[in-house]
Design a protein. Structure first.
Length: 652
Protein backbone atom coordinates (compact mmCIF):
# COMPACT_ATOMS: atom_id res chain seq x y z
CA UNK A 1 0.00 0.00 0.00
CA UNK A 2 1.25 3.47 -0.86
CA UNK A 3 2.15 5.56 2.16
CA UNK A 4 0.09 8.54 3.20
CA UNK A 5 3.15 10.72 2.73
CA UNK A 6 3.10 9.94 -0.99
CA UNK A 7 -0.07 12.05 -1.31
CA UNK A 8 1.18 14.99 0.78
CA UNK A 9 1.27 18.58 -0.56
CA UNK A 10 0.57 20.95 2.35
CA UNK A 11 3.54 21.38 4.69
CA UNK A 12 3.81 20.27 8.28
CA UNK A 13 6.36 21.44 10.80
CA UNK A 14 9.46 19.32 10.49
CA UNK A 15 8.89 18.46 6.82
CA UNK A 16 11.52 19.65 4.37
CA UNK A 17 10.05 21.41 1.37
CA UNK A 18 11.42 22.55 -1.94
CA UNK A 19 8.45 24.60 -2.95
CA UNK A 20 7.15 27.97 -3.71
CA UNK A 21 6.69 30.70 -6.19
CA UNK A 22 5.70 33.36 -3.72
CA UNK A 23 4.99 36.88 -4.87
CA UNK A 24 5.51 40.25 -3.24
CA UNK A 25 2.77 42.72 -2.55
CA UNK A 26 3.82 46.13 -1.34
CA UNK A 27 1.62 47.69 1.31
CA UNK A 28 -1.54 46.63 3.11
CA UNK A 29 -3.87 44.64 0.92
CA UNK A 30 -6.89 46.75 1.85
CA UNK A 31 -5.42 49.47 -0.34
CA UNK A 32 -5.47 47.13 -3.33
CA UNK A 33 -8.88 45.57 -2.69
CA UNK A 34 -11.29 45.93 -5.58
CA UNK A 35 -12.88 44.23 -8.52
CA UNK A 36 -10.79 41.49 -10.17
CA UNK A 37 -8.12 41.64 -7.45
CA UNK A 38 -7.66 38.93 -4.84
CA UNK A 39 -7.82 40.33 -1.32
CA UNK A 40 -6.31 38.48 1.66
CA UNK A 41 -8.93 38.30 4.38
CA UNK A 42 -7.33 36.15 7.07
CA UNK A 43 -7.52 34.32 9.33
CA UNK A 44 -4.77 36.50 10.72
CA UNK A 45 -2.03 35.11 12.93
CA UNK A 46 -0.48 31.69 12.63
CA UNK A 47 2.72 30.05 13.77
CA UNK A 48 5.78 32.28 14.09
CA UNK A 49 9.20 30.69 14.58
CA UNK A 50 11.53 33.67 14.19
CA UNK A 51 11.53 37.43 14.79
CA UNK A 52 14.12 40.03 13.83
CA UNK A 53 14.16 43.80 14.09
CA UNK A 54 16.11 46.30 12.04
CA UNK A 55 18.85 47.39 14.51
CA UNK A 56 18.81 50.92 13.15
CA UNK A 57 15.04 51.23 12.71
CA UNK A 58 13.43 48.87 15.24
CA UNK A 59 9.92 49.66 14.01
CA UNK A 60 10.84 47.52 11.00
CA UNK A 61 10.20 43.93 11.96
CA UNK A 62 10.44 40.59 10.17
CA UNK A 63 8.73 37.31 11.02
CA UNK A 64 9.69 33.82 9.95
CA UNK A 65 6.61 31.61 9.71
CA UNK A 66 5.62 28.21 8.40
CA UNK A 67 4.48 29.95 5.21
CA UNK A 68 7.38 32.32 4.59
CA UNK A 69 8.55 35.79 5.66
CA UNK A 70 6.35 38.76 6.52
CA UNK A 71 7.50 42.34 7.09
CA UNK A 72 6.10 45.26 9.08
CA UNK A 73 7.47 48.78 8.88
CA UNK A 74 5.14 50.60 11.26
CA UNK A 75 5.94 48.86 14.53
CA UNK A 76 2.23 48.22 14.93
CA UNK A 77 1.97 44.95 13.10
CA UNK A 78 0.65 45.86 9.66
CA UNK A 79 2.24 43.03 7.70
CA UNK A 80 2.95 42.31 4.07
CA UNK A 81 4.32 39.19 2.46
CA UNK A 82 8.06 39.38 1.69
CA UNK A 83 8.77 36.22 -0.25
CA UNK A 84 9.82 36.75 -3.85
CA UNK A 85 12.45 34.14 -4.62
CA UNK A 86 12.08 32.06 -1.48
CA UNK A 87 11.88 28.40 -2.35
CA UNK A 88 10.93 27.26 1.13
CA UNK A 89 7.80 27.72 3.14
CA UNK A 90 9.03 27.09 6.68
CA UNK A 91 11.34 29.89 7.89
CA UNK A 92 12.92 28.89 11.20
CA UNK A 93 15.49 31.67 11.66
CA UNK A 94 16.24 35.24 10.60
CA UNK A 95 19.26 37.54 10.89
CA UNK A 96 19.71 41.19 9.90
CA UNK A 97 23.05 42.73 8.88
CA UNK A 98 23.77 45.25 11.70
CA UNK A 99 25.68 47.60 9.40
CA UNK A 100 23.47 47.38 6.30
CA UNK A 101 20.02 46.37 7.59
CA UNK A 102 18.54 46.10 4.11
CA UNK A 103 20.61 42.92 3.92
CA UNK A 104 19.09 40.01 5.79
CA UNK A 105 19.13 36.24 5.84
CA UNK A 106 16.42 33.63 6.22
CA UNK A 107 17.10 30.14 7.46
CA UNK A 108 14.63 27.72 5.95
CA UNK A 109 14.10 24.00 5.80
CA UNK A 110 15.89 23.92 2.43
CA UNK A 111 18.81 26.23 3.11
CA UNK A 112 19.80 29.84 3.59
CA UNK A 113 18.32 32.70 1.55
CA UNK A 114 19.61 36.26 1.30
CA UNK A 115 17.87 39.55 0.59
CA UNK A 116 19.67 42.80 -0.14
CA UNK A 117 16.53 44.93 -0.50
CA UNK A 118 14.84 44.57 2.86
CA UNK A 119 13.03 41.35 2.07
CA UNK A 120 11.54 42.48 -1.20
CA UNK A 121 13.35 39.71 -3.06
CA UNK A 122 15.48 36.72 -2.10
CA UNK A 123 18.16 34.52 -3.61
CA UNK A 124 19.42 31.16 -2.48
CA UNK A 125 22.58 31.47 -0.45
CA UNK A 126 23.60 27.86 -0.35
CA UNK A 127 23.23 24.94 2.05
CA UNK A 128 20.22 23.98 -0.02
CA UNK A 129 19.75 20.54 1.49
CA UNK A 130 20.00 21.64 5.13
CA UNK A 131 17.45 22.74 7.69
CA UNK A 132 18.64 26.04 9.13
CA UNK A 133 17.47 26.53 12.70
CA UNK A 134 19.82 29.38 13.66
CA UNK A 135 21.68 32.25 12.02
CA UNK A 136 24.22 34.70 13.41
CA UNK A 137 26.05 37.63 11.79
CA UNK A 138 29.46 38.88 12.94
CA UNK A 139 28.71 42.40 14.30
CA UNK A 140 32.11 43.76 13.21
CA UNK A 141 32.52 41.96 9.88
CA UNK A 142 28.95 41.36 8.67
CA UNK A 143 30.06 39.40 5.60
CA UNK A 144 30.99 36.68 8.09
CA UNK A 145 27.99 34.68 9.21
CA UNK A 146 27.14 31.33 10.70
CA UNK A 147 24.30 28.89 10.13
CA UNK A 148 23.17 26.28 12.63
CA UNK A 149 21.85 23.22 10.83
CA UNK A 150 19.95 20.18 11.96
CA UNK A 151 19.55 17.42 9.35
CA UNK A 152 18.45 15.43 7.60
CA UNK A 153 21.57 15.73 5.39
CA UNK A 154 23.63 18.21 7.41
CA UNK A 155 24.21 18.95 11.07
CA UNK A 156 26.46 21.40 12.86
CA UNK A 157 27.63 24.94 12.22
CA UNK A 158 28.49 26.21 8.74
CA UNK A 159 30.48 29.40 8.19
CA UNK A 160 30.54 31.90 5.35
CA UNK A 161 33.05 34.73 4.96
CA UNK A 162 31.59 36.15 1.75
CA UNK A 163 28.06 37.10 2.75
CA UNK A 164 26.63 33.65 2.17
CA UNK A 165 28.05 33.03 -1.30
CA UNK A 166 29.90 29.96 -0.04
CA UNK A 167 29.93 27.89 3.12
CA UNK A 168 32.25 25.51 4.94
CA UNK A 169 31.31 23.06 7.70
CA UNK A 170 32.99 23.68 11.04
CA UNK A 171 31.30 21.30 13.48
CA UNK A 172 30.18 20.38 16.10
CA UNK A 173 28.70 17.10 14.93
CA UNK A 174 25.24 17.75 16.35
CA UNK A 175 21.98 19.35 15.32
CA UNK A 176 22.26 23.07 16.14
CA UNK A 177 19.19 24.93 17.41
CA UNK A 178 20.73 28.22 18.63
CA UNK A 179 23.77 30.45 18.04
CA UNK A 180 25.24 33.38 19.97
CA UNK A 181 28.23 35.59 19.16
CA UNK A 182 30.28 37.53 21.69
CA UNK A 183 29.59 41.14 20.56
CA UNK A 184 32.95 42.40 21.81
CA UNK A 185 35.05 39.47 20.65
CA UNK A 186 33.16 37.95 17.68
CA UNK A 187 35.68 35.16 17.27
CA UNK A 188 34.04 33.67 20.37
CA UNK A 189 30.71 32.03 19.70
CA UNK A 190 28.38 29.45 21.17
CA UNK A 191 26.13 26.79 19.68
CA UNK A 192 23.15 25.22 21.44
CA UNK A 193 22.40 21.74 20.16
CA UNK A 194 19.74 19.06 20.26
CA UNK A 195 21.23 16.37 22.46
CA UNK A 196 24.77 17.69 22.73
CA UNK A 197 24.28 20.68 25.00
CA UNK A 198 26.34 23.83 24.45
CA UNK A 199 29.52 24.04 22.38
CA UNK A 200 31.99 26.93 22.37
CA UNK A 201 34.55 28.17 19.88
CA UNK A 202 37.17 30.80 20.62
CA UNK A 203 38.71 30.84 17.13
CA UNK A 204 35.85 31.85 14.85
CA UNK A 205 34.46 28.30 14.57
CA UNK A 206 37.68 26.57 13.56
CA UNK A 207 37.37 24.25 16.55
CA UNK A 208 34.63 23.56 19.09
CA UNK A 209 34.48 22.12 22.59
CA UNK A 210 31.53 21.00 24.70
CA UNK A 211 30.84 23.26 27.70
CA UNK A 212 28.11 21.54 29.67
CA UNK A 213 29.25 21.49 33.27
CA UNK A 214 26.12 22.01 35.37
CA UNK A 215 23.62 21.63 32.54
CA UNK A 216 20.97 19.02 33.36
CA UNK A 217 19.53 19.10 29.84
CA UNK A 218 21.52 18.66 26.66
CA UNK A 219 18.63 19.85 24.49
CA UNK A 220 19.33 23.56 24.09
CA UNK A 221 16.78 25.59 22.13
CA UNK A 222 17.84 29.16 22.85
CA UNK A 223 20.93 31.18 23.74
CA UNK A 224 21.28 34.80 24.81
CA UNK A 225 24.45 36.71 25.61
CA UNK A 226 24.86 39.81 27.77
CA UNK A 227 26.08 42.52 25.38
CA UNK A 228 27.80 44.45 28.17
CA UNK A 229 29.37 41.48 29.95
CA UNK A 230 29.64 38.75 27.30
CA UNK A 231 30.95 36.16 29.73
CA UNK A 232 27.40 36.10 31.08
CA UNK A 233 25.00 34.10 28.98
CA UNK A 234 21.80 32.09 29.27
CA UNK A 235 20.62 28.83 27.76
CA UNK A 236 16.99 27.87 27.25
CA UNK A 237 16.55 24.11 27.43
CA UNK A 238 13.91 21.40 27.65
CA UNK A 239 14.21 21.71 31.43
CA UNK A 240 14.17 25.50 31.81
CA UNK A 241 16.82 28.26 31.83
CA UNK A 242 20.48 27.96 32.85
CA UNK A 243 23.00 30.75 33.44
CA UNK A 244 26.75 31.01 33.11
CA UNK A 245 28.89 33.88 34.36
CA UNK A 246 32.22 32.45 33.21
CA UNK A 247 31.82 32.14 29.45
CA UNK A 248 30.00 28.80 29.65
CA UNK A 249 32.68 27.05 31.68
CA UNK A 250 30.01 26.24 34.25
CA UNK A 251 26.23 26.54 34.36
CA UNK A 252 23.68 26.82 37.12
CA UNK A 253 19.87 26.69 37.05
CA UNK A 254 18.14 30.06 36.76
CA UNK A 255 14.53 29.05 36.99
CA UNK A 256 12.93 30.10 40.29
CA UNK A 257 9.33 30.99 39.42
CA UNK A 258 9.74 29.81 35.84
CA UNK A 259 7.10 27.16 35.09
CA UNK A 260 6.40 25.12 32.03
CA UNK A 261 9.80 23.53 31.54
CA UNK A 262 10.81 24.06 27.93
CA UNK A 263 12.21 27.53 27.18
CA UNK A 264 12.64 28.04 23.45
CA UNK A 265 13.33 31.78 23.24
CA UNK A 266 15.41 34.26 25.25
CA UNK A 267 15.91 38.04 25.02
CA UNK A 268 18.07 40.37 27.11
CA UNK A 269 17.45 44.08 27.62
CA UNK A 270 20.49 45.63 25.88
CA UNK A 271 20.48 48.65 28.20
CA UNK A 272 19.77 46.84 31.48
CA UNK A 273 21.08 43.30 31.01
CA UNK A 274 19.82 42.09 34.38
CA UNK A 275 16.37 42.30 32.78
CA UNK A 276 15.61 39.39 30.51
CA UNK A 277 12.69 37.46 29.07
CA UNK A 278 12.00 33.81 28.35
CA UNK A 279 9.47 32.44 25.88
CA UNK A 280 8.02 29.13 27.07
CA UNK A 281 5.12 26.76 26.61
CA UNK A 282 3.40 28.80 29.34
CA UNK A 283 3.96 32.18 27.76
CA UNK A 284 6.50 34.89 28.57
CA UNK A 285 8.40 35.14 31.85
CA UNK A 286 10.47 38.10 33.01
CA UNK A 287 13.43 38.41 35.34
CA UNK A 288 14.80 41.71 36.66
CA UNK A 289 17.61 40.15 38.67
CA UNK A 290 19.66 38.35 36.06
CA UNK A 291 17.63 35.16 36.13
CA UNK A 292 17.60 34.66 39.89
CA UNK A 293 13.79 34.81 39.90
CA UNK A 294 11.03 35.03 37.31
CA UNK A 295 7.41 36.12 37.06
CA UNK A 296 4.88 35.38 34.34
CA UNK A 297 4.02 38.41 32.17
CA UNK A 298 1.15 37.14 30.03
CA UNK A 299 -1.68 39.66 30.31
CA UNK A 300 -3.15 39.99 26.83
CA UNK A 301 -1.54 36.87 25.38
CA UNK A 302 -5.03 35.27 25.49
CA UNK A 303 -5.07 31.49 25.27
CA UNK A 304 -2.06 31.39 22.98
CA UNK A 305 0.88 31.00 25.29
CA UNK A 306 3.33 28.82 23.38
CA UNK A 307 5.99 31.45 22.64
CA UNK A 308 8.59 30.44 20.07
CA UNK A 309 10.41 33.72 19.38
CA UNK A 310 11.22 37.01 21.13
CA UNK A 311 12.61 40.30 19.84
CA UNK A 312 13.42 43.47 21.74
CA UNK A 313 13.61 47.08 20.56
CA UNK A 314 17.27 48.02 21.04
CA UNK A 315 16.44 51.74 21.36
CA UNK A 316 13.36 51.35 23.57
CA UNK A 317 13.80 48.04 25.40
CA UNK A 318 10.42 48.23 27.12
CA UNK A 319 9.04 47.46 23.65
CA UNK A 320 9.26 43.80 22.77
CA UNK A 321 7.61 41.27 20.51
CA UNK A 322 6.59 37.66 21.00
CA UNK A 323 6.07 35.15 18.18
CA UNK A 324 3.67 32.38 19.15
CA UNK A 325 2.66 28.99 17.87
CA UNK A 326 -0.74 29.58 16.29
CA UNK A 327 -1.48 33.08 17.57
CA UNK A 328 0.85 35.18 15.47
CA UNK A 329 2.77 38.14 16.91
CA UNK A 330 2.10 40.04 20.14
CA UNK A 331 3.61 43.36 21.20
CA UNK A 332 4.27 44.89 24.60
CA UNK A 333 5.29 48.50 25.19
CA UNK A 334 5.37 48.02 28.95
CA UNK A 335 8.21 45.56 29.35
CA UNK A 336 5.83 42.63 29.24
CA UNK A 337 3.26 44.00 31.70
CA UNK A 338 0.60 43.73 29.00
CA UNK A 339 0.41 42.50 25.42
CA UNK A 340 -1.72 43.04 22.35
CA UNK A 341 -1.95 41.06 19.13
CA UNK A 342 -0.48 42.80 16.07
CA UNK A 343 -1.50 40.55 13.21
CA UNK A 344 -3.12 42.73 10.55
CA UNK A 345 -2.13 41.18 7.23
CA UNK A 346 -0.21 38.33 8.86
CA UNK A 347 -1.79 35.45 6.95
CA UNK A 348 0.61 32.85 8.30
CA UNK A 349 -1.97 30.06 8.37
CA UNK A 350 -2.13 27.49 5.61
CA UNK A 351 -5.80 26.92 4.78
CA UNK A 352 -6.45 23.50 3.31
CA UNK A 353 -10.22 23.69 2.95
CA UNK A 354 -12.94 26.31 2.62
CA UNK A 355 -16.66 25.58 3.01
CA UNK A 356 -19.66 27.89 2.60
CA UNK A 357 -23.09 27.87 4.17
CA UNK A 358 -25.30 27.27 1.09
CA UNK A 359 -28.23 29.10 2.63
CA UNK A 360 -26.19 32.05 3.91
CA UNK A 361 -22.96 32.19 1.87
CA UNK A 362 -21.50 35.05 3.90
CA UNK A 363 -20.94 32.39 6.56
CA UNK A 364 -17.69 30.65 5.74
CA UNK A 365 -15.48 28.06 7.41
CA UNK A 366 -11.75 27.63 6.93
CA UNK A 367 -9.84 24.52 7.97
CA UNK A 368 -6.16 25.13 8.68
CA UNK A 369 -3.21 22.77 8.85
CA UNK A 370 -2.24 23.52 12.44
CA UNK A 371 -4.58 26.12 13.86
CA UNK A 372 -8.01 24.49 13.71
CA UNK A 373 -11.28 25.75 12.26
CA UNK A 374 -12.10 29.42 11.74
CA UNK A 375 -15.52 30.90 11.04
CA UNK A 376 -16.57 34.12 9.34
CA UNK A 377 -20.12 35.44 9.28
CA UNK A 378 -19.40 38.45 7.08
CA UNK A 379 -18.05 36.93 3.91
CA UNK A 380 -14.49 36.52 5.28
CA UNK A 381 -14.19 40.09 6.53
CA UNK A 382 -13.36 38.81 10.00
CA UNK A 383 -12.67 35.39 11.49
CA UNK A 384 -12.83 33.69 14.86
CA UNK A 385 -11.40 30.35 15.96
CA UNK A 386 -14.08 27.72 16.65
CA UNK A 387 -12.27 24.72 18.10
CA UNK A 388 -14.08 23.85 21.32
CA UNK A 389 -14.14 20.06 21.63
CA UNK A 390 -11.65 19.34 18.85
CA UNK A 391 -8.76 17.14 19.98
CA UNK A 392 -6.68 18.10 16.95
CA UNK A 393 -6.26 21.50 15.34
CA UNK A 394 -4.96 19.96 12.12
CA UNK A 395 -8.01 20.09 9.87
CA UNK A 396 -7.84 17.87 6.80
CA UNK A 397 -11.42 18.27 5.54
CA UNK A 398 -14.65 20.19 6.15
CA UNK A 399 -18.21 19.47 5.07
CA UNK A 400 -21.43 21.43 5.65
CA UNK A 401 -24.87 19.79 5.73
CA UNK A 402 -26.73 21.41 2.78
CA UNK A 403 -30.13 21.03 4.42
CA UNK A 404 -29.12 22.00 7.97
CA UNK A 405 -26.03 24.21 7.58
CA UNK A 406 -25.46 24.58 11.30
CA UNK A 407 -24.43 20.94 11.13
CA UNK A 408 -20.93 20.42 9.83
CA UNK A 409 -18.16 17.88 9.96
CA UNK A 410 -14.36 18.06 10.26
CA UNK A 411 -11.85 15.40 9.27
CA UNK A 412 -8.77 15.41 11.49
CA UNK A 413 -5.81 13.16 12.40
CA UNK A 414 -8.00 12.01 15.32
CA UNK A 415 -11.01 11.01 13.25
CA UNK A 416 -14.27 12.81 12.45
CA UNK A 417 -15.82 15.56 14.56
CA UNK A 418 -19.34 16.96 14.24
CA UNK A 419 -20.93 20.25 15.22
CA UNK A 420 -24.67 20.86 15.31
CA UNK A 421 -24.45 24.50 16.39
CA UNK A 422 -22.46 26.18 13.66
CA UNK A 423 -19.05 25.10 14.96
CA UNK A 424 -19.51 26.55 18.44
CA UNK A 425 -18.74 23.11 19.86
CA UNK A 426 -17.56 19.80 18.39
CA UNK A 427 -17.94 16.14 19.35
CA UNK A 428 -16.06 13.08 18.12
CA UNK A 429 -18.13 10.72 15.94
CA UNK A 430 -15.75 7.96 14.96
CA UNK A 431 -17.66 4.83 16.00
CA UNK A 432 -16.69 2.16 13.48
CA UNK A 433 -13.78 4.09 11.99
CA UNK A 434 -10.24 2.78 12.41
CA UNK A 435 -7.99 4.92 14.65
CA UNK A 436 -6.15 7.70 12.88
CA UNK A 437 -6.75 10.39 10.38
CA UNK A 438 -9.74 11.20 8.22
CA UNK A 439 -8.55 13.19 5.23
CA UNK A 440 -11.64 13.63 3.06
CA UNK A 441 -15.40 13.91 3.58
CA UNK A 442 -18.42 14.06 1.30
CA UNK A 443 -22.13 14.50 2.06
CA UNK A 444 -25.03 13.11 0.05
CA UNK A 445 -26.72 16.32 -1.16
CA UNK A 446 -30.20 14.75 -1.25
CA UNK A 447 -29.96 12.69 1.96
CA UNK A 448 -27.43 14.54 4.14
CA UNK A 449 -27.56 11.97 6.92
CA UNK A 450 -25.56 9.83 4.49
CA UNK A 451 -21.91 10.80 4.32
CA UNK A 452 -18.53 9.30 3.48
CA UNK A 453 -15.13 9.55 5.15
CA UNK A 454 -11.67 8.59 3.92
CA UNK A 455 -9.25 6.97 6.35
CA UNK A 456 -5.56 6.22 6.03
CA UNK A 457 -5.38 2.64 7.24
CA UNK A 458 -5.31 -0.72 5.48
CA UNK A 459 -8.47 -2.58 4.56
CA UNK A 460 -11.42 -0.32 3.71
CA UNK A 461 -10.33 3.27 3.14
CA UNK A 462 -13.72 4.81 2.34
CA UNK A 463 -16.29 4.52 5.12
CA UNK A 464 -20.00 5.29 4.97
CA UNK A 465 -22.50 6.50 7.55
CA UNK A 466 -26.27 6.62 7.07
CA UNK A 467 -27.03 8.16 10.46
CA UNK A 468 -25.18 11.46 10.37
CA UNK A 469 -21.90 9.99 11.52
CA UNK A 470 -23.14 8.12 14.59
CA UNK A 471 -21.80 4.88 13.11
CA UNK A 472 -19.62 3.94 10.16
CA UNK A 473 -19.06 0.88 7.96
CA UNK A 474 -16.37 0.22 5.40
CA UNK A 475 -17.12 0.26 1.68
CA UNK A 476 -15.60 -1.83 -1.07
CA UNK A 477 -12.60 0.41 -1.79
CA UNK A 478 -9.63 -1.01 0.09
CA UNK A 479 -5.87 -0.70 0.45
CA UNK A 480 -5.39 2.57 -1.38
CA UNK A 481 -4.57 6.19 -0.54
CA UNK A 482 -7.55 8.39 -1.32
CA UNK A 483 -7.14 12.16 -1.59
CA UNK A 484 -10.66 13.32 -2.42
CA UNK A 485 -14.29 12.29 -2.88
CA UNK A 486 -17.10 13.66 -5.02
CA UNK A 487 -20.80 12.74 -5.19
CA UNK A 488 -23.11 12.99 -8.20
CA UNK A 489 -25.60 15.73 -7.17
CA UNK A 490 -28.54 14.16 -9.02
CA UNK A 491 -27.75 10.48 -8.44
CA UNK A 492 -25.90 10.39 -5.11
CA UNK A 493 -25.34 6.64 -5.20
CA UNK A 494 -22.71 7.50 -7.82
CA UNK A 495 -19.49 8.75 -6.35
CA UNK A 496 -15.82 9.08 -7.27
CA UNK A 497 -12.64 8.61 -5.23
CA UNK A 498 -9.19 9.95 -6.09
CA UNK A 499 -6.80 7.16 -5.18
CA UNK A 500 -4.01 5.51 -7.13
CA UNK A 501 -6.45 6.04 -10.00
CA UNK A 502 -9.90 7.62 -10.20
CA UNK A 503 -12.40 5.07 -8.93
CA UNK A 504 -16.18 5.11 -9.44
CA UNK A 505 -19.02 3.54 -7.51
CA UNK A 506 -22.64 3.41 -8.72
CA UNK A 507 -24.04 1.63 -5.67
CA UNK A 508 -23.21 3.97 -2.83
CA UNK A 509 -19.71 2.64 -2.30
CA UNK A 510 -20.49 -1.09 -2.14
CA UNK A 511 -18.36 -1.76 -5.21
CA UNK A 512 -15.84 0.31 -7.17
CA UNK A 513 -14.37 0.26 -10.66
CA UNK A 514 -11.36 1.95 -12.19
CA UNK A 515 -12.32 4.73 -14.63
CA UNK A 516 -8.97 4.29 -16.42
CA UNK A 517 -8.03 7.92 -16.00
CA UNK A 518 -4.84 8.34 -18.10
CA UNK A 519 -2.86 9.58 -15.08
CA UNK A 520 -2.09 8.19 -11.65
CA UNK A 521 -2.76 9.64 -8.22
CA UNK A 522 -5.39 12.30 -9.01
CA UNK A 523 -5.70 15.05 -6.41
CA UNK A 524 -9.25 16.26 -6.92
CA UNK A 525 -12.39 15.59 -8.94
CA UNK A 526 -15.28 17.98 -9.66
CA UNK A 527 -18.69 17.21 -11.18
CA UNK A 528 -20.81 19.49 -13.38
CA UNK A 529 -23.93 20.09 -11.31
CA UNK A 530 -26.15 20.60 -14.34
CA UNK A 531 -24.80 17.70 -16.41
CA UNK A 532 -23.19 15.29 -13.94
CA UNK A 533 -21.78 13.08 -16.68
CA UNK A 534 -19.27 15.91 -17.18
CA UNK A 535 -16.44 15.82 -14.69
CA UNK A 536 -12.89 17.05 -14.25
CA UNK A 537 -9.94 15.36 -12.56
CA UNK A 538 -6.90 17.32 -11.38
CA UNK A 539 -3.56 15.51 -11.42
CA UNK A 540 0.11 16.29 -11.04
CA UNK A 541 0.89 18.21 -14.20
CA UNK A 542 -2.54 18.58 -15.69
CA UNK A 543 -6.33 18.37 -15.83
CA UNK A 544 -8.51 15.78 -17.54
CA UNK A 545 -12.15 16.02 -18.58
CA UNK A 546 -14.80 13.39 -19.19
CA UNK A 547 -18.24 13.93 -20.73
CA UNK A 548 -19.50 10.39 -20.26
CA UNK A 549 -19.28 9.92 -16.52
CA UNK A 550 -15.66 8.82 -16.48
CA UNK A 551 -15.89 6.36 -19.36
CA UNK A 552 -13.39 8.24 -21.50
CA UNK A 553 -11.06 11.15 -20.84
CA UNK A 554 -9.43 14.01 -22.73
CA UNK A 555 -6.48 16.12 -21.66
CA UNK A 556 -7.47 19.79 -21.35
CA UNK A 557 -3.88 20.86 -21.98
CA UNK A 558 -3.57 22.66 -18.68
CA UNK A 559 0.11 22.29 -17.72
CA UNK A 560 -0.13 22.69 -13.96
CA UNK A 561 -0.52 20.50 -10.90
CA UNK A 562 -4.20 20.88 -10.10
CA UNK A 563 -5.14 20.26 -6.47
CA UNK A 564 -8.43 22.20 -6.23
CA UNK A 565 -11.40 22.67 -8.56
CA UNK A 566 -14.60 24.70 -8.53
CA UNK A 567 -17.36 24.93 -11.13
CA UNK A 568 -19.65 27.95 -11.43
CA UNK A 569 -23.00 26.60 -10.17
CA UNK A 570 -25.02 28.65 -12.63
CA UNK A 571 -22.71 28.65 -15.66
CA UNK A 572 -20.88 25.30 -15.58
CA UNK A 573 -18.73 26.17 -18.57
CA UNK A 574 -16.85 28.40 -16.12
CA UNK A 575 -14.27 26.27 -14.31
CA UNK A 576 -11.61 27.32 -11.80
CA UNK A 577 -8.44 25.37 -11.03
CA UNK A 578 -6.27 25.86 -7.95
CA UNK A 579 -2.70 24.73 -8.46
CA UNK A 580 0.47 23.93 -6.55
CA UNK A 581 2.67 26.81 -7.67
CA UNK A 582 0.64 28.32 -10.51
CA UNK A 583 -2.09 30.08 -8.55
CA UNK A 584 -5.66 30.10 -9.86
CA UNK A 585 -6.60 29.50 -13.48
CA UNK A 586 -9.99 30.09 -15.12
CA UNK A 587 -11.71 28.63 -18.13
CA UNK A 588 -14.93 30.01 -19.60
CA UNK A 589 -15.31 27.25 -22.19
CA UNK A 590 -15.37 24.10 -20.09
CA UNK A 591 -11.62 23.64 -19.96
CA UNK A 592 -10.88 24.40 -23.60
CA UNK A 593 -8.74 27.45 -22.84
CA UNK A 594 -7.34 28.91 -19.64
CA UNK A 595 -6.21 32.25 -18.26
CA UNK A 596 -4.44 33.08 -15.00
CA UNK A 597 -6.36 34.77 -12.22
CA UNK A 598 -3.61 35.74 -9.81
CA UNK A 599 -3.65 39.51 -9.31
CA UNK A 600 -3.27 40.16 -5.59
CA UNK A 601 -2.31 36.63 -4.54
CA UNK A 602 0.72 36.56 -2.24
CA UNK A 603 1.22 32.83 -2.76
CA UNK A 604 0.64 30.69 -5.81
CA UNK A 605 -0.08 27.56 -3.77
CA UNK A 606 -3.85 27.21 -3.69
CA UNK A 607 -5.28 24.33 -1.67
CA UNK A 608 -9.03 24.93 -1.95
CA UNK A 609 -11.58 26.87 -3.99
CA UNK A 610 -15.22 27.75 -3.31
CA UNK A 611 -17.78 29.74 -5.30
CA UNK A 612 -20.45 31.82 -3.59
CA UNK A 613 -23.63 29.92 -4.56
CA UNK A 614 -25.79 33.05 -4.58
CA UNK A 615 -23.24 35.37 -6.20
CA UNK A 616 -21.03 33.16 -8.38
CA UNK A 617 -18.77 36.03 -9.40
CA UNK A 618 -17.39 35.84 -5.85
CA UNK A 619 -14.66 33.26 -5.37
CA UNK A 620 -12.80 32.12 -2.26
CA UNK A 621 -9.37 30.51 -2.24
CA UNK A 622 -7.72 28.65 0.62
CA UNK A 623 -3.96 29.08 0.29
CA UNK A 624 -0.65 28.81 2.12
CA UNK A 625 -1.36 32.45 3.15
CA UNK A 626 -4.89 32.06 4.45
CA UNK A 627 -8.13 32.85 2.63
CA UNK A 628 -8.32 35.21 -0.34
CA UNK A 629 -11.55 36.65 -1.77
CA UNK A 630 -12.09 37.67 -5.39
CA UNK A 631 -14.93 39.84 -6.66
CA UNK A 632 -15.04 39.42 -10.43
CA UNK A 633 -16.44 41.96 -12.84
CA UNK A 634 -17.55 39.12 -15.12
CA UNK A 635 -17.86 35.38 -14.88
CA UNK A 636 -20.70 34.59 -12.50
CA UNK A 637 -24.14 33.47 -13.58
CA UNK A 638 -27.46 33.68 -11.78
CA UNK A 639 -27.95 31.73 -8.56
CA UNK A 640 -28.89 28.09 -9.11
CA UNK A 641 -32.28 26.79 -8.01
CA UNK A 642 -30.99 23.34 -7.12
CA UNK A 643 -29.05 22.00 -4.20
CA UNK A 644 -25.30 22.40 -4.14
CA UNK A 645 -22.78 19.64 -4.47
CA UNK A 646 -20.28 19.65 -1.64
CA UNK A 647 -16.81 18.61 -2.72
CA UNK A 648 -14.42 18.23 0.15
CA UNK A 649 -10.80 17.80 -0.78
CA UNK A 650 -8.20 16.01 1.25
CA UNK A 651 -5.47 18.38 2.42
CA UNK A 652 -2.36 17.40 4.32
Amino acid sequence: MKSIAAKTIAPMLGTALALSALVWVGGPRSADAGVDVWTPTGPYGGSVFALATDPQTPSTLYTGTRVGVFKSTDGEGTWTSANVGLSAVIVASLAVDPVTPSTLYAGTFVGVFKSTDGGRSWNSSGLTSARIFALAVDPLIPTTLYAGTGGPTAAGVFKSTDGGASWIPTGPAAGVRALAIDPLTPTTLYAGTAGGGVFKSINAAITWSAVNSGLTSTNVLGLAIDSQTPTTLYAGTFNSVFKSIDGATTWSPANVGLTGGLASALAIDPQTPTTLYAGTLNGVFKSIDGGTSWIAVNIGLTATTDVRALAIDRLTPTTLYAGTFGGGVFKSITGGASWSAINTGLTAMSVGDVATNPQAPTTLYAGTDLDGVFKSTDGSGSWSAVNSGLTSTSILALAVDPATPRTLYAGTPNGVFKSINGAITWNAISNGLPPGEVGALAIDPLTPSTLYAVTGGGGPVVFKSTDGGSSWTGTGLTNDVVAALAIDPLTPTTLFACGSSLFKSTDGGATWSDTRLPATNPWVVAIDRVTPTTLYAGVTGGLFKSTDGGGTWSNTGLAATVVALAIDPATPSIVYAGTAGGGVLKSIDGGGTWSTLNTGLTTLYVNALAVDPLAPSTLYAGTFHGVFTLQQSTGGGSPPAYKLLHLIRRRR
